[in-house]
Design a binder for this molecule. Structure first.
Ligand code: C2E
Ligand code: CA
Ligand code: CA
Length: 720
């Protein structure tokens, strides 16, 4: 009965169980065993072939080993898969895969324990089996997906790292290693993520996301961050990392929360992208859009932006602003005579020099060509502005050494002051420009403030241009004559004809005011013709009346010189009057000649061929070289008054004039010194061998009748 009950229990136990006896014969093979192994009990009971339910070849099952006490062999048959039962003494547990079992093999977990009699003799063994295939497969699948996840992260070409809910690094991928230089093995499991980015400990974006500190993100990353448009609660930003582990870099980075099954934040993932090259390019583009490539100064664009900002600030703070327009006075000459490369260097050097005259808060910009604009930030008052302007003019008046040449580059400055001269950027710009234009016309090398009446002045200017059209026919033009004195004999050797305009309302106007207008409008050609005819006719008269032969000098403008009819005009004048061409001296400025030396040489040769005298005017201001002086057929050199004015004051000026005189003598040229105003200057020139002088010391330019009187006086003094 007891035996029967035991059988019942084993047979019906839901746990697969079998029992063998001391001689390995299978005694029990219950129903559950049949189901797991698909081996019916009747094929095995009473045999010693229990193994055949599990293996294709004969080998002991665990129960067999236990029955024989071959416990040490358990290790051989179940290497690494068995252990002693933690619950039962003398019981063993193991787990193994049985590939030959049905349904493509099975994972079984089994326990075996010895059955003993009262004396402790082993009389058999009982073994239980559990089918753990499903559990095993799930585990493998889980491990596989974990592995795949690791692979995805590690192998992903986007640098990224993952933090868990405790802010520990759980992933630090290979791309991240190579971007950052920090190795995964040093990062994973730590909270040292900040070290890769910052010199001091602080949260990275992923940390903030884990802690739900979303509102700290904009604070820490300023204007560069924004919520992702792709992922909820993810953020992106671009920032510069000066302490980035692999060197300073610009990074575009994103961070997104990771949620667990329960929906709570389980960590965060952060991706990185090196955008340094792109940023550099953007900055370069921005630089190009705002800075002048030649000088590195602000360009018009940046100036306008700054001006607009400064206007807003000035309105708020109630302060002044000053806009200074600078325009070089001799740039075109330099560019034309010395070439564009020298011109470029002049532009650069000039920009550098004016930058030194202003404060860091001021903006120095170059608009175009030889135009510069300086924006003075919050000058205290107009005197302050005037001081800076004086400083600028002094600085730019000093010599520039460019390519071993000494150049003098003046500039004219126009000034508009906010709010008096305009309230908008455009108004200030155009008014400063107008002031500069006026400075150029009336105070070349000086400065002008824009004022309300300058507006009127500008329209007057236009009016003047109109009026000049009528001046010629209305007989408002007149010639004055300034004597040129032989420095040895102190007698008049010639006279220069200088144009005047008797304006009906403005009175006597000097040529510097209207010659530029005449040049600009083309009127210089008919006016020049009138000058030539009138001067020659008047000089002819002196001769007829006084019986006095003297040289007449007439200024020829660039425009006239360019017109091919100059030789024809001269022919006509000579034919008409019988004036001796040798007595007619044409004054051409040095810069005019240097403008196009080849062409000038041809035309000068033609004029020389017709017998005219040629004088180079304003010598010393046009940068001509010695070689050129020799090439042109000049008879006379007129040393510019800017050199004469310093005689007796500056040894440098004296040295220059002395050198000019030596040079001209050596080339057989006559020399006139212009603008001689003092006895001291005259004495110096006489001592250094200058031939003639012209200047207020002896006489201002005189009306024709006064000049005639002067001649008559001299005639009467003529030594017999
Ligand atoms: P420029 O040819 O250099 O003429 C000399 C200028 O120096 C004249 O000015 C003369 O009045 C001035 N001057 C003479 N002696 C002295 C002196 O001791 N001190 C000072 N400070 N100045 C002195 P002006 O008459 O006002 O003429 C100015 C310029 O206008 C001339 O300079 C010349 O380039 C131009 N110009 C005058 N008449 C004509 C003309 O008929 N045709 C052309 N194309 N240009 C002319
Ligand atoms: Ca002259
Ligand atoms: Ca001159």
């Amino acid at each position: 009965m007891e035996e029967n009950l035991l059988n019942q229990i084993i047979t019906n136990s839901p746990i697969a169980t079998f029992v063998i006896d001391a001689v390995h014969r299978l005694v029990h093979w219950n129903r559950a065993c049949e189901l797991i192994t698909s081996m019916p009990a009747n094929q095995l009971i009473g045999t010693t072939r229990t193994w055949s339910a599990f293996y294709p070849q004969e080998r002991p099952v665990m129960a067999d080993l236990i029955v024989d006490g071959r416990l040490s062999e358990v290790e051989n048959y179940y290497t690494g898969k068995y252990h002693r039962s933690p619950v039962l003494e003398d019981a063993w547990e193991a787990e193994d895969f049985f590939p030959h079992m049905p349904d493509g093999g099975k994972w079984l977990a089994f326990t075996a324990t010895a059955l003993k009699d009262d004396q402790g003799q082993i009389i058999g063994a009982i073994e239980t089996l559990r089918d753990v295939t499903a559990k095993k497969r799930a585990e493998t699948a889980r491990r596989e997906s974990e592995h795949l996840l690791n692979e995805i992260i590690a192998g992903c070409p986007v640098p990224m790292f993952v933090l868990n809910a405790q802010h520990e690094v759980s992933h630090w991928n290979r791309a991240c290693e190579s971007l950052n230089g920090a190795l995964a093995k040093d990062m994973i499991g730590t909270r040292l993520q900040w070290k890769a980015f910052y010199p001091k400990e602080r949260p990275v974006m992923a940390d903030l996301i884990i802690d739900h500190k979303i509102n700290e993100i904009p604070e820490r990353y300023r204007g560069t961050c924004k919520p992702s448009v792709l992922i909820d609660n993810a953020w992106e930003a671009t920032a510069h990392f000066p302490a980035f582990q692999s060197g300073p870099k610009w990074l575009y980075f994103t961070a997104a929360p990771l949620h667990g099954l329960d929906g709570n934040i389980a960590g965060a993932v952060e991706t990185l992208q090196d955008v340094t090259a792109q940023k550099n390019y953007e900055q370069q583009l921005e630089h190009q859009a705002n800075y002048d490539t030649l000088t590195g100064l602000a360009n018009r664009n940046l100036l306008k932006n700054r001006l607009r900002q400064e206007i807003i600030l000035a309105q708020r703070n109630n302060n002044l602003l000053a806009l200074l327009f600078l325009d070089l006075d001799n740039f075109k000459q330099i560019n034309d005579t010395l070439g564009h490369e020298v011109g470029d260097e002049v532009i650069r050097a000039f920009g550098e020099r004016i930058s030194t005259a202003v404060r860091d808060v001021d903006t120095v910009s170059r608009l175009a060509g030889d135009e510069y604009v300086i924006l003075l930030h919050a000058p205290h008052n107009v005197d302050f502005i005037t001081n800076i302007v004086h400083r600028l003019l002094d600085l730019v008046g000093e010599k520039f050494c460019i390519r071993e040449r000494e150049l003098y580059i003046g500039c004219s400055i126009g000034i508009a002051v906010f709010p008096r001269d305009g309230e908008s950027a455009e108004e200030l710009m155009s008014n400063a420009d107008a002031a500069m234009y006026r400075a150029k016309m009336f105070d070349k090398g000086g400065f002008r403030y824009y004022t309300e009446d300058l507006n009127r002045g500008a329209s007057l200017w236009m009016e003047l241009k109109q009026e000049l059209h009528y001046a010629l026919t209305a007989g408002q033009l007149e010639l004055y004559y300034q004597p040129q004195l032989n420095i040895q004999t102190n007698r008049i050797a010639g006279a220069e004809a200088l144009l005047r305009w008797n304006h009906p309302k403005k009175g006597l106007l000097l040529p510097d005011v209207f010659i530029p207008l005449a040049e600009e409008s083309g009127l210089i050609v008919p006016i020049g013709n009138w000058v030539m005819q009138t001067a020659v006719a008047e000089a002819q008269q002196w001769k007829n009346i006084e019986g006095f032969d003297l040289r007449l000098s007439v200024n020829v403008s660039a425009r006239q010189f360019r017109y091919q009819e100059l030789p024809d005009l001269l022919d006509a004048v000579i034919n008409h009057t019988g004036f001796h061409p040798l007595m007619l001296e044409l004054e051409l400025t040095e810069s005019l000649v240097m403008n196009n030396p080849a062409k000038a040489a041809r035309l000068l040769a033609e004029l020389k061929g017709k017998g005219f005298s040629l004088a180079m005017d304003d010598f010393g201001t046009g940068y001509s070289s010695l070689a050129y002086l020799r090439r042109f057929p000049f008879d006379m050199i007129k040393i510019d008054q800017s050199f004469i004015v310093d005689l007796g004051k500056s040894t440098e000026a004296e040295a220059i004039v002395r050198a000019m005189l030596t040079l001209c003598k050596a080339l057989g040229l006559h020399v006139v010194a212009e603008g001689v105003e003092t006895e001291e200057q005259r004495a110096f020139l006489a001592a250094e061998g200058c031939d003639e002088i012209q200047g207020f010391l002896y006489s201002k330019p005189l009306r024709a009748d006064k000049f005639t009187r002067l001649l008559r006086e001299q005639q009467s003094l003529k030594p017999e």
